[in-house]
Design a binder for this molecule. Structure first.
Ligand code: NAD
Length: 242
């Protein structure tokens, strides 16, 4: 059992999907949780669970500095914010690449930089970054920009872990396969035939179904509390990468 009592955890993109489920799971494990998102309305129901909420656009460097100045030291950071661009290299503009890089990579770097000084000072801290199976792990069709940026998350995670392991920092990333979230529903609907696209996504799952946000949240909690795991990219994908 992972007990996070006495720890403070900050989660980005906690308004829905995996971020929301993780904020709830971290709170259930005993942590004081600060849930952040750009969408204030999506955050507000979390307060019923004793979770503190803050509007934070991770693309805004000044907003990150301001947020961390107000929040102070955190023991756990879950960097969940990310965007999925659909398409091959031929369908990806420089703007698509810049936007995905800004959100999926640069914002994550800034969040890590913002929490690290206090973690190093304390000699203890856990960072969990959201990558994907579509990364350095696996080439997934129509995920060119996405896979490029999520591979960068794997690289950043390992580099940060190597630099700060002796200072008591653990940094790992999560590589989910397909997970039931509001944005997945949007992606499936955008293909036209929702049911057919959904069936095709289920068919590529050896385990026979799409994962839940709560299943991913369990791994976030594990990595938030893990004391002997660092620099790892952990697949959680219903057997997609067997
Ligand atoms: P989602 O896409 O359904 O929700 C994303 C949340 O991020 C929303 O609440 C939105 O308001 C917030 N957000 C968007 N831009 C933001 C910004 N600039 N600053 C702060 N918050 C912002 O959530 P999801 O599908 O659970 O995805 C979360 C993460 O998990 C992403 O990084 C995604 O790439 C990754 N992931 C998802 C899947 C999947 O199948 N759903 C699989 C692998 C990895």
């Amino acid at each position: 059992v992972i007990d996070l009592t006495g720890k403070t955890a900050l989660v980005t993109a906690a308004g829905q999907g995996i971020g929301r489920a993780s904020a709830l799971a971290l709170a259930a494990a005993g942590a004081r949780v600060i849930a952040t998102d750009i969408n204030a309305d999506a955050l507000s129901p979390l307060t019923e669970h004793g979770i503190e909420t803050r509007v934070l656009d991770v693309l805004d460097a000044d907003a990150i500095s301001e947020c961390m100045a107000q929040v102070g030291a955190v023991d756990i950071l879950f960097n969940c914010a990310g965007v999925v661009h659909g398409g091959t290299i031929m369908e990806a503009s420089d703007d698509d690449l810049d936007f995905a890089y800004a959100l999926n990579v640069k914002a994550m770097v800034r969040m890590c930089r913002a929490v690290l000084p206090a973690m190093i000072n304390k000699g203890d801290g856990a960072i969990v970054n959201m990558a994907s199976v579509a990364s350095s792990t696996k080439g997934v069709p129509n995920r060119f920009v996405y896979g490029t940026t999520k591979a960068a998350v794997v690289g950043m995670t390992k580099a940060l872990a190597a630099d700060h392991v002796a200072q008591g920092i653990r940094c790992n990333c999560i590589c989910p396969g397909t997970v039931e979230t509001p944005s997945l529903k949007e992606r499936l609907s955008a293909q036209g035939d929702y049911e057919a696209t959904r069936s095709a996504f289920v068919a590529r799952q050896p385990i026979g179904r799409i994962g839940t946000a709560e299943e991913i949240a369990d791994l976030v909690v594990y990595l938030a509390g893990a004391t002997y795991t660092t620099g790892q990219a952990i697949n959680i994908d219903g057997g997609w990468t067997i």
